[in-house]
Write a protein that binds this ligand. Structure first.
Ligand SMILES: C[S@@+](CC[C@H](N)C(=O)[O-])C[C@H]1O[C@@H](n2cnc3c(N)ncnc32)[C@H](O)[C@@H]1O
Length: 200
């Protein structure tokens, strides 16, 4: 019963069970390794304008913000609890003016979240009610030459492979007008795949 309630909180953590879900995201080896890998492959320039959608406890942002000099990262979350948790984890980045957090839905981003060099999401899009519409919307929020990166590693409850989800992303990226669509694979069991596409 507790396990089911915790699992049910991963799409939008809140309350006691959401806190437990957040702790699992912060500490599970696969989550920690995946977010570290994502931060490694993204290689943003120090002045990049970046948005992470569905950052959960903020592990990837923790790796990324110290590499920025004049750049900035906005974390977007539907969950107020995760937004607060990630802000706590990244308080030095917030204080340094390199990071801020917004509670919003990927399907209806605030108008001022625009013109990003990089938008990425890690195991987040599986909870979007209309992923195709969301990819379209995110593609429009990129600056020219900006990159959209969606990463998927099958969670223990999933029967989808990373490769099949990545193939679906590639179709959505192409339909949204993104070019140079390619995949990076993390050497892990189960593997994670990052699908990347660029706005013309
Ligand atoms: C499985 S967690 C992954 C968290 C983090 N990216 C990681 O890898 O540790 C998915 C996160 O996406 C958030 N989320 C789900 N749907 C969302 C949406 N439509 N817009 C923004 N965030 C969303 C959830 O609140 C949750 O924190």
């Amino acid at each position: 019963m507790i396990k089911e309630r915790v699992i049910a909180n991963f799409p939008h953590p809140k309350g006691v069970y959401g806190r437990i879900a957040g702790r699992i995201m912060s500490s599970r080896d696969s989550n920690v390794a995946r977010n570290h890998w994502v931060a490694e492959i993204l290689e943003p320039s120090p002045d990049a304008s970046i948005c992470e959608i569905g950052h959960g406890p903020g592990l990837a942002i923790e790796h990324l913000w110290p590499r920025l000099t004049t750049g900035h990262i906005v974390g977007v979350e539907v969950s107020e609890l995760m937004s607060r948790t990630a802000a706590r984890r990244n308080r030095a980045g917030v204080r340094a003016g390199r990071v801020d957090f917004r509670v919003a839905d990927s399907a209806s981003l605030p108008a001022d979240l625009d013109d990003f060099d990089l938008i990425f999401g890690v195991n987040a899009s599986m909870f979007w009610p209309d992923p195709e519409a969301a990819v379209n919307e995110l593609a429009k929020r990129l600056a020219p030459d900006g990159e959209l990166v969606l990463v998927f590693m099958p969670p223990p409850t999933s029967d989808q492979s990373a490769a099949s989800v990545a193939a679906g992303y590639a179709e959505q990226f192409a339909a949204a007008g993104l070019v140079d669509v390619q995949h990076d694979q993390m050497d892990y069991e189960p593997p994670a795949v990052a699908t990347r596409g660029r706005r013309r």
